[in-house]
Design a protein. Sequence first.
Length: 195
Amino acid sequence: MTNAKWVRRGGTFLMGAVLGGLLVASWERPTASAQQNSAPGQANSASVPTDVARLKEIVPPNSHPMVEAGMFAANLWFAGEKKNWPLAGYFLNETRNRIRWEVHLNPGPKGADGNPVDMQSIFDGVDNGSITRVRKAIDAKDGAAFAAEYKTSARLLLLPQSGAASVLAPDGARLQCRRAAYPESRSKRRLAGVA
């Protein structure tokens, strides 16, 4: 009697396995036949420009990390002003990471003279200089030192539109940096009467 129960249970299990296998095979068949209709490794030449345009739409621009760095730097100021030191430390780390991300994405942008600028050296100078001093003020929980160092680092990072500034490289050498001259905004030209 117990032997008959095992045979019945085994038969039921085997029948379920066969039916499950057939069900899975029927689901995967349309996918496999659709893949066989197109040649492997070759894309439709008409769809390539469309695909490239779609990829360009979804990739963030290189300026994206710097926009975030500016947002985190502004939040850093407010966290330090309210003496929320853990939050200020977080925003300083996030600002630093976004600048590092920008250096990784665009390590040698062209300067105003057309020559590539070594962003890694500039970042190393800022990281070892002003960011370290701001971090020390946060670690010391000193509001006055934080405000002074933050303003100093902001003056170093936000160069005047046409002015030059020097930044210390990690080896102690001074790097001369000049911001690119950007055209005036459309609204300023409209106010001046220029089309």
